[in-house]
Design a protein around this ligand. Structure first.
Ligand SMILES: C[S@@+](CC[C@H](N)C(=O)[O-])C[C@H]1O[C@@H](n2cnc3c(N)ncnc32)[C@H](O)[C@@H]1O
Ligand code: SF4
Ligand code: SF4
Length: 433
């Protein structure tokens, strides 16, 4: 569930190409450059504050766009450098958002004890050691912190600061808990990019979509306070970073209020990301279990967390909203907007939410060659949300060793030779990073 703004799309494989071609044929879109590029230009200049970070973003995005040229031997299953290291740094969370595969309506963590989740976490010192070690071996990836709620890992700012010292651009997505308290440190580090999760323009909608484990908790206030604190700290210190963003998960709660989200927060936000949301239906879940077991000899379970009813709503209204967002973004002074994946037409959106097999041209997973995923207990997986397949644990083994270990290589070979798995079609590893 993550995002980097594409800088330039050189390999033709993405739905934005499909979308823009179709829209242009109807003469509705006369933009000379696609919105992802526009969005990147609108916010990317802020990275000039820390040029080492530019290198991380360019290497990551450049390799992604040139994947078919640079990875002619992808079938071997071997990967080059780690381009993004993703930390699900804690599983613990103070909210119970309906759409969330971990703590949502069907979340796979709902029956876990918080004390057990805390106990299994990787100590901060081990993360520092690991980051220094990968740097020594020539890896300077982007760092991506998420969770659970990442700010419930009490040493988060320390890990971010170490990453920043090593020239690895730290980025994070958060529900806003503890951000006001840490705003000064995050600006000083500096954090490269922060995404606050905003699912509603009002207290009522946000707290309906993102209720607390304690029902009295007011997450809307956390988000508002976080924007204010980050913006104020950045201004006061005369800094350009972090880039301040939102991420909105489109659902039944907000599909008709996306423009209102933009209007409510545009005075504090550099970049708005609207994620159409990852989901799975029962047929695809069953198909995935059979497919995965055939490949790897055991049954997966985490994908069931994305089953739910929240992805059913009026597609025509959503289409109007996303088009209007792009229109407002293109006005003078408009904020950067990125719809992910970029599907604007009702027919495309209808397919997105009803045909789980449709890939919109995303036909290969590049993420498994770029972005290892660290679970809160130190397990390493090639996959993002669907991290059933574990290659080892960084508490015991070095990340560098695991990156091209036989188990990692075997997974990449399987996806390369036998094709995508059923869950892949609505995975951030395929169309959302
Ligand atoms: C799992 S949360 C972890 C970080 C933090 N707890 C937060 O909510 O920002 C990461 C992001 O995933 C989003 N998300 C939740 N359910 C989703 C879904 N079904 N599809 C796509 N993104 C989703 C959340 O709204 C949030 O922006
Ligand atoms: S705050 Fe994040 S991790 Fe927690 S329930 Fe919501 S989406 Fe999931
Ligand atoms: S697209 Fe498939 S292979 Fe790639 S990260 Fe997602 S689940 Fe894993």
């Amino acid at each position: 569930m993550e995002f980097q703004v594409p800088i330039k799309r050189l390999v033709k494989r993405a739905p934005e190409d499909v979308a823009s071609v179709q829209v242009k044929q109807r003469g509705e879109n006369r933009r000379s450059s696609p919105p992802p590029l526009t969005a990147a230009l609108k916010v990317g200049w802020r990275l000039l504050q820390k040029p080492e970070y530019i290198r991380c973003f360019v290497e990551f995005q450049g390799e992604k766009e040139l994947f078919n040229v640079l990875y002619r031997n992808a079938r071997s299953g071997h990967a080059n450098k780690i381009r993004q290291l993703s930390f699900r740094i804690t599983d613990v969370c103070n909210l119970r958002c309906h759409t969330c595969c971990q703590w949502g309506d069907n979340g796979y963590l709902l029956d876990r004890k918080l004390s057990d989740l805390y106990k299994q976490e990787v100590p901060y010192e081990r993360y520092v050691e690991m980051l220094r070690d990968i740097k020594k071996h020539g890896h300077t990836p982007l760092l991506y912190f998420w969770g659970g709620e990442p700010t419930m890992y009490k040493h988060l700012p320390d890990v971010i600061e170490e990453g920043a010292r090593l020239g690895m651009a730290p980025t994070m997505v958060t529900n806003g808990l503890n951000i006001p308290k840490w705003a000064d440190r995050l600006v000083e580090a500096p954090l490269a990019f922060i995404q606050l999760s905003v699912d509603g323009p009002t207290k009522e909608i946000q707290n309906y979509a993102r209720p607390g484990a304690d029902v009295k908790h007011d997450n809307f206030q956390d988000v508002v306070d976080s924007f204010e604190a980050l913006y104020e700290a950045r201004e006061r210190k005369g800094k350009k970073l972090p880039i301040i963003g939102t991420i909105t998960t489109v659902s039944r709660a907000n599909y008709d209020r996306l423009v209102d989200i933009y209007e409510r927060f545009k005075h504090r936000v550099d970049l708005f990301i609207f994620n159409l949301s990852w989901w799975i239906d029962r047929d695809s879940s069953v198909a995935h279990e059979a497919d995965f077991e055939k490949r790897f000899g055991f049954r997966p379970g985490l994908h069931r967390g994305f089953e739910g009813e929240w992805n059913q709503f009026d597609i025509n209204v959503l289409s109007q909203q996303v088009k209007e967002l792009e229109r407002r973004a293109s006005l003078p002074g408009g904020r950067a907007v990125y719809i992910q994946p970029r599907l604007l037409e009702p027919s495309q959106l209808q397919k997105y939410y009803t045909d789980h097999n449709e890939t919109f041209g995303y036909d290969q997973c590049i993420s498994i060659y770029q972005c290892p995923e660290l679970d809160s207990n130190g397990n390493l997986s090639p996959c993002r949300d669907y991290h059933d397949y574990i290659v080892g644990n960084v508490k015991e083994t070095s990340l560098v060793e695991l990156w091209n270990s036989p188990k990692y290589v075997e997974f990449r070979q399987s996806v390369r030779k036998d094709g995508l798995m059923p869950v892949c079609t609505r995975c951030c590893g395929l169309m959302g990073y």
